[in-house]
Design a protein around this ligand. Structure first.
Ligand code: THU
Length: 159
């Protein structure tokens, strides 16, 4: 039977990450403070590292008309692409603060964000490394959004 498998890394502390990944995660953790999440109180922060070394952050921005809200990942990537359209996106770190204050587990990007990141990778012609962690606890590093989105739909399907 065909099986889908992928490899990812899991670390117990930031000290085990590359310095640039540890810095990006720390910026994503801090960015949660800027989230606008009055309805869920689930505050998400994302930080995008570009090939020129620039770091662009994003947060979730909710709306009284709930579906209008945007996730932190898409907000960070939209900002990065708007400001630096020609720079490749190297990685994105994502963290959160939950209303329960239980922030020790990584939160994985929602399906819509996986699809969005996947197209950013296609546009980039390069994988985007995902660094996922709560405010504390283990850190998961995934090599590409595509590892989290098998059998994905893409622009190729529209050709
Ligand atoms: N959220 C994100 O920002 N990123 C995700 O990948 C999952 C969910 C936000 C959307 C909403 O504002 C809140 O978290 C609760 O779902």
């Amino acid at each position: 039977m065909p099986t889908y498998q992928f490899t990812y890394q899991e670390y117990t502390s930031e000290g085990e990450l590359d310095v640039s990944q540890a810095q990006l995660l720390s910026i994503a953790r801090k960015a949660t403070e800027h989230a606008y999440a009055p309805y869920s109180n689930f505050r998400v922060g994302a930080a995008v590292l570009l090939s020129n070394g620039e770091i662009v952050t994003g947060v979730n921005i909710e709306n009284a008309s709930y579906p209008v809200g945007v996730c932190a990942e898409r907000s960070a990537l939209a900002s990065a692409i708007s400001s630096f359209p020609l720079e490749a996106i190297v990685s994105i770190a994502i963290s959160y603060v939950s209303p329960e204050g239980d922030n020790a587990m990584p939160a994985f990007p929602c399906g819509m964000c996986r699809q969005f990141i996947s197209e950013c990778e296609d546009r980039n012609k390069k994988n985007i490394v995902l660094i996922l962690a709560g405010q504390t606890g283990n850190i998961v590093v995934v090599n590409s959004s595509k590892d989290l989105l098998p059998f994905s739909f893409s622009g190729k399907d529209l050709k």
